[in-house]
Design a protein around this ligand. Structure first.
Ligand code: ZN
Length: 495
């Protein structure tokens, strides 16, 4: 077929797949936000139908032939087509290497393992999940062999979330970061000793209004988005003009819902800023999980936890919380929003200790994949790493090796992207400050337009055109490193 015909077939199929993915995402959003629990089985069947349909339409021989033929003439295509063909070729090449029996076994095991984890975690029962985890580790190893890798089996897993990422790059980068953080964490944590808890009662209704106000100020448009309530906050895209975020509320501490909202708004602002004309194709999609995390964290931390932002926030609070807000001057707010303290739970960790949780997980995942660490030795290795990197030891499995769902849901190789997100956002923030005069003053006024404009120009509008390390080099002229992040923490917390 001619290139023109191939391109037509290619884009028609991508657009069909995009519509299917959006409908499936809507089913999932409803599952997490509104669905009554009794509907679980029927919903699982509906979702299974969508994954099978999406898989079949992806490995359809006609489509694969078009992708291969377009890839052969890629250099002669227009830029957007080149990027789209490159990325889709990468994705279908993985998909076609996985036999159907493997995909079925993986999905079956992950789903059984997830249910076992949900039950076993509150009971602290690692033995109950151990056989599932052993099987999932074996399946992940098989995935690496099936998909193939140049240097290291773990690369095949990293590549799933961060195209092109290698163990030889990420391991020294994050272990080096871990050592730097070990040196500064005790000094920083000392500054927050004796800080009590927030006092007051913050009703859910008022918190919801405050969260909406802050999200809107950051640039989240409620004309094309919604904020709802779930047990686990997330962001999802349901169509080119439909972006959903969620948060959860604690009536004794409004900061948890607020910073969760800011984080998810950051993810949504990235999706809202992707070029709509390329929706449903890689040119209209996020680069990687790490860059997605950089976009949520840049708003949550360097912007949202700055002194200037706390000053903007303290002016807003009386409209929402009346009496309670009086005790919260900008300095107190800053202290509550920034409290640094080594703790057991990753998702609740502060900006400084957070990456240690990731370093630990990466250092355990990699030997699990190579077979140098067995699942039965995992809990002890987990505790030793917590002792080394954070100076604390989990008293049980629930808040130790069993705390995160990722491994028990079959996902290995995802964790590093959380830490890389922090490294990227620190480098971006440095560049944003250098190119936007008076950025801090704008943040203090609650004016985030230049900040968002800068991200749109430098990150969002490019879709998947560049890989993460290439993008950051274009923006800053520098290679991805932990330097800007560690410097930022030192300046912010140690003066
Ligand atoms: Zn996130």
């Amino acid at each position: 077929m001619s290139t023109t015909e191939n391109l037509k077939l290619f884009y028609n199929r991508l657009s069909e797949l995009y519509r299917l993915r959006c409908i499936s995402a809507l089913l999932d959003w409803d599952h997490q936000v509104y669905m009554p629990s009794g509907a679980a089985q029927a919903r699982a069947d509906q979702q299974e139908y969508f994954s099978i349909t999406i898989h079949n339409k992806t490995v359809d021989p006609e489509f694969l032939r078009a992708v291969d033929e377009l890839n052969d003439v890629r250099d002669s295509l227009e830029l957007a087509d080149q990027v789209n063909v490159r990325e889709i070729k990468r994705q279908v090449d993985i998909e076609r290497k996985l036999p159907e029996e493997f995909t079925a076994e993986f999905s079956q095991t992950s789903s059984l393992s997830y249910s076992a984890w949900v039950k076993a975690r509150p009971e602290n029962d690692f033995k109950a999940v151990q056989p599932y985890l052993e099987k999932l580790v074996r399946l992940n190893r098989r995935f690496c062999d099936l998909v193939g890798y140049e240097e290291h089996p773990y690369d095949a897993l990293l590549d799933q979330h961060d195209p092109g990422l290698k163990t030889s790059v990420v391991k020294p980068l994050l272990t080096g970061l871990g050592e730097d953080l070990r040196r500064i964490i005790p000094q920083i944590a000392e500054k927050f000793e004796g800080l009590g808890e927030l006092s007051g009662h913050f009703t859910q209704g008022s918190q919801h209004e405050l969260c909406k106000k802050v999200a809107a100020d950051l640039g989240f448009s409620f004309e094309i988005g919604r904020l709802d309530t779930t047990a686990h906050p997330f962001m999802t895209t349901l169509g080119p003009r439909d972006f959903r975020i969620t948060t959860r509320y604690f009536e004794d501490n409004f900061l948890r819902a607020l910073y969760g909202t800011i984080h998810e708004s950051g993810h949504a602002l990235y999706e809202m800023g992707l070029p709509t004309e390329y929706a449903g194709t890689p040119m209209g999609e996020a680069i990687s999980s790490s860059i997605h995390e950089s976009q949520s964290r840049i708003w949550e931390n360097p912007v949202g936890r700055s002194r200037e932002f706390c000053s903007y926030l303290s002016k807003l609070l009386p409209d929402y919380f009346h009496e309670e807000a009086k005790a919260l001057d900008p300095e107190m707010l800053w202290r509550y929003a920034n409290r640094v303290e080594p703790s057991l739970i990753r998702i609740e960790a502060d900006e400084v200790t957070y990456c240690q949780h990731i370093v630990i997980r990466m250092l355990l995942e990699e030997p699990l994949v190579t077979g140098d660490l067995s699942v039965s030795d995992l809990p002890a290795a987990w505790n030793e790493h917590y002792e080394k990197y954070l100076g604390i030891r989990p008293p049980d499995m629930k808040d130790g090796v069993m705390q995160d769902v990722h491994w028990y849901g079959g996902s290995l190789g995802y964790f590093p992207s959380y830490a890389l997100g922090n490294l990227y956002n620190a480098m971006m923030m440095e560049a944003a400050h250098a190119s936007i005069p008076g950025l801090s003053t704008q943040i203090e006024r609650g004016d985030f337009t230049s900040m968002l404009g800068w991200l749109r120009e430098n990150v969002h509008r490019h879709g998947m055109r560049y890989r993460g390390p290439e993008l950051i080099k274009n923006i800053t002229g520098k290679e991805l490193s932990a330097k800007a992040f560690v410097e930022y923490l030192k300046v912010k917390f140690l003066g």
